[in-house]
Design a protein around this ligand. Structure first.
Ligand SMILES: Nc1ncnc2c1ncn2[C@@H]1O[C@H](COP(=O)(O)OP(=O)(O)OP(=O)(O)O)[C@@H](O)[C@H]1O
Ligand SMILES: [Mg+2]
Length: 299
């Protein structure tokens, strides 16, 4: 049976900044440029250069739920990989909790590895199939030199709605939705301040997307997390995020409170994106209409 997606109401506006960080953003990116060189196709000429980010400025406040939307190839994943310190910009500056991260060597990024965690689109390829779920969840703690904690694994499994016995099993023994719960438990294990999710429900069956989104929103609340949420699905971002930035071709073309941007887009690209988006409301209306059409014959 397919469940009708039931997504909780949109979140309250921006959470207040905590007193010790009042006013300062947790993430601050300035004039970030990332160029890639594509592989060469000719012996005499170098491969073409792709400008994946063309001078992006972005602030993320503590407690904010920021959505990043934009068509495929607009630079969403490139941007969050840079914010997470998984890649370096060609030029520009990125500060995390006030510290410049772009010029720090990997070994100096421990604070970032603890305070910023990521959840990816495909839990099957992001979870090591040879490790038990318990070891997967524990791994970030071990990497940070924390004592191995069984109690913490059980607590995290419980937080994501999985039984404690799941710790002894392997990723392939779980469904797609359950695997994404495991990824979320792993991301939460070092008690991060910021959770960055890159299309976390796009690979999941429609029937479980709403459950995982609701779980994510509950956990963001419970642990007072800052959320950076990348999606090409505008209806999902509307439900999850209080603020949204719209990317196109390596630039942010529009930003603001989600409700305001969706109701009164100022950039023609945002308008086009919204007009083209199959919204959840439209999908539910179509579903209801189809059911109403069918019902008389079924009676
Ligand atoms: N490692 C790389 N080498 C070369 N080009 C790259 C690399 N990573 C990204 N690009 C290019 O940079 C641009 C932005 O890619 P990116 O993956 O950030 O887009 P995206 O908005 O996340 O797209 P999608 O919605 O499809 O995930 C694209 O043109 C892409 O081909
Ligand atoms: Mg991407």
């Amino acid at each position: 049976m397919t469940e009708t997606p039931q997504i909780d109401p949109a979140p309250a506006p921006l959470a207040a900044a905590t007193p010790d960080t009042a006013g300062d953003p947790v993430i601050s990116a300035r004039q970030v440029v990332r160029r890639y060189r594509r592989p060469r196709r000719s012996l005499t000429r170098p491969g073409p250069v792709v400008e994946a980010l063309r001078g992006v400025d972005l602030d993320v406040a503590y407690g904010q739920r920021l959505g990043i939307v934009g068509e495929s190839g607009s630079g969403k994943s490139t941007l969050i990989r840079l914010l997470a310190g998984l890649d370096r910009p060609t030029s520009g500056s990125i500060r995390f909790a006030g510290r410049e991260i772009t010029r720090l060597p990997d070994r100096s990024l421990r604070f970032l590895r603890r305070d910023l965690q990521m959840v990816f689109q495909d839990p099957m390829s992001s979870l090591d199939p040879r490790m038990t779920v318990g070891d997967i969840i524990r791994e970030p703690l071990v990497a940070l030199g924390h004592p191995d904690s069984r109690a913490r694994v059980a607590e995290l499994l419980d937080a994501v709605g999985l039984p404690a016995a799941a710790a002894h099993r392997y990723p392939h023994q779980f469904s797609g939705g359950q695997r994404q719960r495991i990824s979320i438990a792993r991301a939460l294990s070092p008690r991060p301040k910021v959770l960055v999710a890159d299309e976390p429900v796009s690979a999941l069956d429609v029937s479980v997307r709403a459950q995982i989104l609701n779980l994510l929103m509950d956990l963001v609340d419970e642990f007072s997390l800052t959320l950076v949420f990348v999606s090409h699905d505008l209806s999902v971002v509307r439900h999850v995020c209080d603020t949204v930035v719209v990317m196109r071709d390596g630039e942010i073309v529009e930003r603001g409170a989600t409700a305001a941007v969706y109701e009164r887009p100022t950039h023609p690209y945002t308008e086009a994106l919204l007009a083209a988006a199959p919204t959840l409301r439209k999908a539910l209306a179509a579903h209801a209409a189809a059911r109403n059409r069918k019902e008389p014959q079924e009676r």
